[in-house]
Design a binder for this molecule. Structure first.
Ligand code: TXA
Ligand code: MG
Length: 326
């Protein structure tokens, strides 16, 4: 297959063309504030099938349905608890995905056969513009996983999308450019199908943020062994180089740590973020950089603390194939 058009300047015209491509059953990779997504018409089974083919992802792994506003919630979900409405009203548009009981419109080919559906309203204006236009012309929504091959590091720029998926996309598909992702790690996923919310995947919006909005301490982290989502596979978000967490200096290896920590002699610095927000933003591009200079291994000093630091440690645990304890 030849390369999809790369649209470096996502104007309203290119967004309209991309929405039309979605309607015609093609794929559109698009920026969000978290990572880039690979979108398809959430009501079109053959379009959604292409996502799984391009990603090389098993078909029983559910996709997040991207909608334009809280008004679309009732279309895709039923029995939405009060607390989920509070979370949506507070954090949408933004980096939060809510898992809810699915409405009839959310078919098995989106939900991986589960009775739940993941919904998110992204904040990135190109993403929102695309979803709004697509909803207008197609009365549907955009199913989109992160735009990487299964198990690989999520893309945070169009260059990464091209690197991951370029050769699998056709000339009828689109890649919309929105520059570097401003958050850099995937959305916080909150399971809202029980009385108490459970965080299935930590992210930029933290347990503390959720507790504050709901006015309750009762927010749990899921026990990752009892849920089925692809991020819960042992090795995920993984570069080619071996990631070693918090180790002694390894001469010749790469080194990623907060800027306040100096580079041990003989090591190759791949990133020096000044704070945890920057750490999240640069994490995936630092892992890709380590691969691009052919490092065999990368020593990563994890950021300490709760909140975003915890989300970063969760990704690093997956990338290094170690256990994560929230
Ligand atoms: O920030 C994000 O969430 C990005 C952008 C593009 O929106 N998307 C993303 O999608 O990270 P993906 O497919 O790479 O990761 C979504 C995770 C997967 O682990 C999937 O299994 C889980 O969400 N998920 C989706 N629907 C679910 C459901 N109904 N129940 C449980 N997990 C679900
Ligand atoms: Mg992903």
């Amino acid at each position: 297959m030849s390369d999809a058009p790369f649209l470096s300047n996502s104007t309203s015209e290119t967004i309209r063309a991309a929405a039309a491509a979605l309607k015609a059953g093609h794929l559109v990779a698009f920026p969000t504030e978290t990572v880039y997504g690979l979108g398809a018409d959430a009501r079109n089974p053959s379009a959604v099938k292409k996502i799984y083919e391009v990603k090389g992802r098993p078909s029983d792994h559910p996709l997040i349905v991207h909608i334009s506003s809280i008004k679309q919630l009732e279309k895709w979900a039923i029995d939405v608890p009060e607390y989920a409405i509070s979370l949506a009203a507070t954090f949408w548009p933004g980096p939060m995905t809510l898992i809810l009981k699915r409405a009839n419109i959310a078919k098995d080919f989106i939900t991986g056969g589960q009775n739940t559906v993941g919904l998110r309203v992204p904040r990135n204006p190109i993403a929102l513009g695309l979803i709004q236009e697509f909803e207008r012309i197609a009365d549907s929504a955009i199913a989109a996983p992160s735009a990487n091959r299964f198990g690989q590091v999520s893309p945070t720029s169009t260059a990464h999308v091209k690197e991951e998926l370029g050769r699998f996309l056709s000339e009828r598909d689109f890649v919309l450019d929105g520059g570097d992702s401003v958050i850099g790690i995937e959305s916080t996923i909150v399971d809202c199908t029980n009385v108490i919310p459970r965080i299935l995947r930590p992210g930029f919006l933290t347990k503390e943020d959720i507790q504050l909005v709901l006015g309750t301490e009762e927010v749990n982290f899921a026990d990752t062994t009892d849920i089925k989502f692809s991020g819960s596979f042992a090795k995920h978000y993984a570069p080619k180089c071996k990631i070693i967490l918090n180790s002694e200096a390894v001469p010749g290896a790469g080194f990623l740590a907060l800027s306040e920590i100096g580079t041990p002699s003989g090591m190759v610095r791949v990133g020096a973020p000044q704070n945890v927000e920057e750490y999240a933003r640069l994490l995936y591009s630092s892992l890709r950089f380590a691969d691009s200079i052919n490092l065999d291994s990368l020593v990563v000093v994890e950021p300490p603390g709760t909140g975003i630091a915890l989300a970063i440690r969760e990704r690093l645990a997956k990338a290094s194939n170690t256990d994560f304890v929230p």
